[in-house]
Design a protein around this ligand. Structure first.
Ligand code: PLP
Length: 632
């Protein structure tokens, strides 16, 4: 092996490397880690250059087999146009070493060299590297410039150290210096992410799909999202998810509202890692723990007290449906009544009690038993804009001849997320509170998907100025994707007998740690304002885009949950698929999946948000034309 690092087709000092990025040209480049089958093509690329020191084809096969995970390929269509061959030096484990980097002649001067380095550092195997190292010959001006510029773009040092002096080589050879670029701390990594995401070359046509046989063979047919997003994900950061092929996806789904603060947010991760490293207790059932104590204190101090809310806290099992079940059970116990009122197109979970208050007929049918003790009434807007659907509820509750037994509770989502991003107006929510109060019926707000800041305020009902009797939270409560659920209720409703409602996983200590750290986002109103601003930006852009494209659709939402309801029912699914082909995860909602649902993390940058909107626009255009990248 040679320690020489040279650029393809750069004749020493005269070679061209990174110029300004030519976004249009870069648009169809796709990046991925190398596999055994790539060895021959890597060898051919290096050989065709004539300027890189070429080893045997056998050697590149070995490299691709054993170091494929630290080798990055850039392809335009089926053609290999760039390669970074690297490895993690065993004696310098914090470093990721670039041994060769090569560009096809036609790719020179377009910024692909810089891009390759950023993408290469983003490979799962290199994400923890604190230094990028490479040896560069003294006469290789092109490569020196490439690395120096890369260091500048990450705002880190580029040390140049004596390494292999000329006399160490058997034949005439310039001395090779060791370039040491870093430290690649969080800020540098962010800069790399930014530069990558600002390049349109991130919009990648679908290439080969990773091997999914194991899932198809052994995992139940019940699996769902993986069918729409066929990739095997390995790492994720902020608004980006990366699959095993090294392909990056802009995440406009955020784990169905679980990842409001993005993937692996540093300030939360640090708290978790510190807790794990000090052997903080993981499991306590519902015994007291320091982790729970801190969370309760912080939640009272940061969330409840400033809002004048006086709630007791119950930690049920860890998922949303556990919280809903506990809320329904408590409402029935306290009132001694059995019926619960829910709304058309509601979604509250998959266990029997939650399913009984869920609208979706397909999901309900899965119960296999009658779903009783509930009654569904029209949600805001269900009967058209002119009808105040609460007139119906009020009449049913008031008239003794209505046939509706007095219910224990009404359960409502202020924005029906799964149901199609149906937004209840503030007036409607206020009136719902008044009606329930008037009739002595408890009001449960299910804030599992649109709480924790999704609509701009921490609770989605704050803007309406109402105080529910019971509130359910889960999804983004832990802030990190760890399961945690919470039921809040007025103190007089706390009529549980000790242990009457229990469960093994009630309050997971690591989730308490991350949930406490996540509350730091709510110590001031920065995030709240940012959500509202980004929500406005996205809504206006979508409205303008649809108008310009002449697509019949309604844009609706609050904060950073935005739905685009297309008149053509099949359209949303096709756009979602086209977005996936362009490197973006976005799901559909509504009873017929007719709504494209934008649910990015609340911390997404404006640039990333705009980029996502660009992808949506391109995908709508492609869907209108009937184009598919994978078919192309
Ligand atoms: C409003 C609402 N309630 C309850 C649930 C159920 O939560 P889980 O899937 O964690 O049981 C969901 C899930 O999407 C939801 O959106």
């Amino acid at each position: 092996m040679t320690g020489t690092m040279m650029l393809l087709n750069t004749k020493g000092k005269t070679g061209k490397t990174a110029g300004s990025a030519n976004a249009a040209d870069a648009a169809n480049v796709r990046f991925r880690a190398a596999r055994r089958e790539d060895g021959a093509a890597m060898w051919a690329l290096v050989r065709s250059a004539g300027t890189l020191e070429v080893n045997s084809a056998y050697f590149y096969l070995l490299l691709a087999s054993d170091f494929g995970h630290t080798c990055l390929l850039a392809e335009r269509g089926k053609k290999l146009v760039g390669v970074v061959i690297g490895y993690r030096p065993p004696l310098d484990p914090e470093a990721a070493f670039v041994w060769q980097i090569g560009l096809a002649p036609e790719e020179q001067g377009k910024g692909l060299g810089q891009r390759l380095l950023g993408e290469w550092l983003n490979l799962p195997a290199n994400r923890d590297a604190r230094w990028l190292t490479a040896t560069v010959a003294l006469d290789n001006a092109a490569s020196r410039r490439l690395f120096e510029r890369f260091a500048v773009s990450c705002a880190v040092r580029c040390e140049q150290l004596e390494h292999f002096t000329a006399d160490l080589f058997p034949h005439e050879h310039e001395a090779e210096q060791l370039f040491r670029i870093g430290p690649l701390d969080a800020a540098a990594r962010e800069a790399i992410q930014r530069s990558i995401s600002n390049s349109t070359s991130n919009i990648q046509p679908m290439g080969d799909i990773a091997d999914m046989t194991v899932f198809e063979q052994y995992e139940s047919e019940v699996r769902g999202y993986c069918r729409n997003f066929p990739a095997v994900f390995d790492t994720a950061k902020g608004a980006w998810m990366i699959d095993t092929e090294g392909r990056r996806y802009l995440d406009f789904f955020a784990g169905a509202g679980v990842l409001n603060y993005g993937h692996n947010p540093d300030r939360i991760k640090e708290a978790l890692v510190e807790y794990l490293m000090r052997d903080g207790i993981t499991h306590t059932l519902d015994m007291y723990s320091v982790a729970k104590q801190h969370f309760i204190e912080q939640f009272q101090q940061v969330i409840l007290a400033p809002r004048g809310l006086n709630y007791k806290m119950q930690f049920p099992g860890p998922t949303g449906t556990n919280a809903v079940e506990a809320a329904l059970k408590l409402a029935r116990k306290v009132t001694g009544r059995e019926r619960v009122v829910s709304f058309t197109n509601a979604f509250h979970g998959m266990t029997l009690g939650s399913l009984a208050v869920t609208g979706n007929g397909f999901k309900r049918a899965g119960a296999g038993v009658p779903l009783n003790h509930t009654v569904s009434v029209p949600f805001d807007g269900y009967m058209g804009e002119q009808v105040d659907t609460l007139d119906y509820l009020q009449a049913m509750l008031t008239d003794d001849g209505s046939g509706m037994d007095k219910p224990a509770a009404v359960i409502v989502e202020t924005v029906q997320a799964e149901g199609g991003v149906n937004v209840a107006c503030m007036q409607w929510l206020k009136r719902l509170r008044e009606i329930t109060e008037e009739h002595g019926v408890l009001l449960i707000v299910d804030d599992i998907q649109v709480g924790c800041g999704r609509t701009g305020k921490f609770f989605s009902f704050e803007e309406a100025g109402i105080v529910p009797d019971i509130v359910t939270l889960s999804k983004s409560l832990s802030g990190y994707g760890l399961p945690l659920a919470l039921v809040l209720f007025k103190p007089e409703l706390d009529q549980w007998a000790p242990g009457e409602h229990n469960g093994t996983f009630r309050g997971h200590c690591p989730a308490f740690i991350t949930a406490t750290a996540a509350l730091s986002f709510w110590q001031n109103d920065w995030l709240s304002k940012a959500v509202q601003a980004k929500g406005r930006l996205a809504t206006e852009r979508l409205q303008k885009m649809l108008k310009n494209l002449g697509v019949k659709a309604e844009v609706r939402g609050r904060g950073l949950i935005i739905g685009v309801s297309f008149e053509d029912v099949a359209f949303a699914g096709q756009v979602s698929a086209a977005c996936f082909e362009r490197g973006m995860i976005i799901e559909t909602a509504g009873i017929n999946d007719e709504v494209l649902k934008l649910l990015p993390s609340l911390t997404i940058s404006e640039e990333e948000l705009s980029k996502g909107l660009d992808i949506i626009e391109q995908s709508i255009k492609a869907t209108m034309k009937g184009d598919s990248l994978s078919a192309a």
